[in-house]
Write a protein that binds this ligand. Structure first.
Ligand code: HEM
Length: 477
C-alpha cells in the first residue's frame, strides 16, 4: 500500500478518502466502475487523483490539458513506461527493451502504413469479401450471429492482412491464436503478474502462464515468411522482379528494416503479437459500437446505403470511393465520440517533476491520464452532445468543419493526440469503413430483440460494447 501514498500527496485533490485503508477499500469497490469516480472528480476539479489498487492515478481534464501534454518529450512524460506498467510486456511477451522501450516497430508502422494504404486496399477488399462470406451467411432468411465475437474474428483477419499478409491472415489456427492472445494476456497479467513481486514476475510468466507458449507458436507460423524473406535477400533485386505483395506487410517491413539479430521468427513474433494486441480488439469494439447504432436506427442505415451505392457507382470499389463516403466517416466519428472505449487516454508516467501551465506539480513517478468524457460531451462543440447524430460531421452540417474520423483534436481524443496519437488510425479507418460499406450493401440487419440497443460493459476505465448481443442478418432485399 506504500505506493498508493508515496506519489502525489495533498497538492492534487483526491476523489474519495485519502486515509490509506479507506482509499484501498474505495479502490477495491470502484474497480468495476472507475469512470464514476472520474465523473465525480470532473464535477469539482481539472486535476484530481483517484485510488487504484496499486497506486494513485492522476486524471487531467481533457478539455484543458490534452493540448498541453500532447507533445511533451518521452524523457519527461513517458508513454512507453506507462504502457510497460499497464501491460508488463517485459515479463510476458519478451524483453521490454525489445518490444516496448525499443519500439522500432511503431516507427516502421507510422512511416510505412500511410504511403502503402492505396496499394493495400485491394488485398483488404478481398479479405472483407472472404471473411463476410465465411462468417455471415448470405441467407434469404434472418440468421442470428453473435455480434462481437464474429466481428473480432473478421477484424483480426483484416488487420492481419496488413500485419502478416495472405494466406496466413486467413489461417484458422493462426487467427485462433492471435485473437485469444489478448484475453489470455490480460488474464495472465491480472491473475499472475500484477501482484507478484518484480523479482519473481519473469519466473512466474515463463512457468505459470500460457503466454510464452503462444509466442513460440506464433513464431512457428511466421517461420515460412522469414525463410521466404531470407531467400529473397540472397537474390538480386532483379530476380525479385515486381513482386510487391510480399513486401507490403508489417512483418516484411520489420524483416527488411530490423537489425540482423532481430530477424528471427521469435523476435518477429513478439512484435507481431504486440501489433495484434494494439489493433484487433479496439478496432472490433469501434466497429461493433457503430453497427449497434445502425441496427438500432434503420433510417441511418438506409441513408448510408444510398451514399455507398452512389460512391461505388462513381469511383468503382476503390479506396477513393471509401474516402468519399462522408456520411460513413461521420457516422464512425460520432459513434467514437459517444461510445468511447474508455474514460481515459494518453497515459503517461512522469519521469521527472513536471509543472502544468496552471502551476500544478506532477511529481516524478506519478501515473497520469487525460479523461475524454468531458471533451466529448462538450455542448459548446457538440450541440445536444447526448444525442447520437451520425451525420453531424458531414461538411456543411453542424460540426462540418471538424476533422474526420481518423483526425484527432483536443475535442476528440479516442486515438490520443500529438506525438503518440495512434499510428494505425488511418489504416483502422480504411479497414472499418470498407467492412461497413460491404456489410451495408450486402445485408439487411436487425437486433434479435427488435429495437433494443444492448448496453455496454464497463471494466474499470474500459468500456466494451455489449459482447453477448445477437444481430440478425439476411441477404439484402
Ligand atoms: C479504431 C481502432 C483504434 C483505436 C480506437 C486506437 C486507439 C489508440 C490509442 C488511444 C492509442 C494511445 C495514444 C496515446 O496514448 O496518446 C493508440 C496507440 C497505438 N495504436 Fe491504436 N487504435 C486503433 C487501431 C489501431 C490499429 C489498427 C493499429 C495498427 C495498425 C494500431 C496501432 C497502435 C500503436 C502501435 C500504438 C502505439 C503508439 C506509440 O507507441 O506511439 N491502433 N491507439
Amino acid at each position: 500500500m506504500e505506493s498508493i501514498y508515496s506519489v502525489p500527496k495533498a497538492a492534487i485533490p483526491a476523489v474519495g478518502p485519502t486515509n490509506p485503508i479507506a482509499a484501498y477499500i474505495a479502490a477495491f469497490k470502484a474497480s468495476s466502475n472507475t469512470q464514476k469516480m472520474i465523473e465525480a472528480g470532473l464535477q469539482k476539479y481539472d486535476v484530481f487523483r483517484i485510488p487504484l489498487l496499486t497506486r494513485w492515478h492522476i486524471v487531467l481534464s481533457g478539455k484543458r490539458y490534452a493540448e498541453e501534454i500532447k507533445n511533451v518529450q518521452e524523457e519527461v512524460l513517458s508513454f512507453k513506461e506507462a504502457m510497460e506498467e499497464i501491460i508488463d510486456t517485459q515479463y510476458l511477451i519478451g524483453s521490454a527493451a525489445a518490444v516496448t522501450r525499443n519500439a522500432s516497430q511503431i516507427d516502421f508502422l507510422a512511416r510505412q502504413l500511410g504511403p502503402n494504404l492505396s496499394e493495400m486496399f485491394e488485398a483488404l477488399k478481398e479479405e472483407v469479401t472472404l471473411s463476410s462470406a465465411k462468417y455471415i451467411p448470405l441467407s434469404e432468411d434472418w440468421t442470428s450471429i453473435p455480434a462481437y465475437s464474429t466481428i473480432v474474428r473478421m477484424v483480426s483477419q483484416l488487420a492481419n492482412c496488413m500485419i502478416v499478409g495472405s494466406p496466413l491472415c486467413r489461417d484458422d489456427g493462426y487467427l485462433d491464436l492471435v485473437t485469444l492472445f489478448l484475453s489470455k494476456y490480460i488474464e495472465a497479467r491480472r491473475r499472475k503478474i500484477a501482484y507478484t513481486p518484480a523479482i519473481l514476475k519473469g519466473f512466474v510468466a515463463r512457468n505459470f502462464t500460457p503466454i510464452p507458449n503462444m509466442v513460440n507458436k506464433t513464431a512457428e507460423y511466421l517461420r515460412p515468411i522469414v525463410e521466404g524473406q531470407q531467400k529473397k535477400s540472397t537474390h538480386s533485386s532483379n530476380d525479385i522482379g515486381d513482386d510487391r505483395s510480399q513486401s507490403q506487410t508489417f512483418v516484411t517491413w520489420l524483416y527488411q528494416e530490423m537489425d540482423a539479430h532481430e530477424r528471427t521468427p521469435l523476435r518477429l513474433a513478439q512484435r507481431v503479437l504486440s501489433m495484434n494486441f494494439a489493433s484487433i480488439h479496439n478496432s472490433a469494439a469501434v466497429f461493433t459500437n457503430a453497427l449497434y447504432e445502425l441496427a438500432h436506427e434503420p433510417l441511418y442505415f438506409l441513408a448510408l446505403r444510398e451514399e455507398i451505392e452512389t460512391m461505388v457507382e462513381y469511383h468503382g470499389w476503390t479506396r477513393d470511393a471509401i474516402l468519399n463516403m462522408e456520411k460513413l466517416d461521420s457516422c464512425f466519428k460520432e459513434s467514437q465520440r459517444m461510445n468511447v472505449l474508455g474514460s481515459i487516454s494518453m497515459n503517461r508516467i512522469a519521469m521527472e517533476d513536471y509543472s502544468l501551465s496552471d502551476g500544478t506539480r506532477i511529481p516524478k513517478g506519478a501515473f497520469i491520464s487525460v479523461e475524454l468524457l468531458a471533451p466529448h460531451q462538450n455542448a459548446a462543440i457538440y450541440p445536444n452532445p447526448g444525442e447520437f447524430r451520425p451525420f453531424r460531421f458531414v461538411k456543411g452540417a453542424e460540426n462540418g468543419n471538424a476533422n474526420q474520423f481518423a483526425f484527432p483534436n483536443k475535442d476528440y481524443l479516442p486515438f490520443g493526440i500529438g506525438k503518440h496519437a495512434c499510428p494505425g488510425r488511418f489504416f483502422a479507418s480504411l479497414m472499418l469503413k470498407t467492412l461497413m460499406a460491404h456489410i451495408i450493401l450486402t445485408y439487411d440487419i436487425k437486433f434479435e430483440d427488435d429495437g433494443v440497443k444492448p448496453s455496454p460493459h464497463w471494466y474499470g476505465t474500459f468500456r466494451l460494447p455489449n459482447t453477448k448481443a445477437v444481430l440478425q442478418f439476411r441477404r439484402r432485399k
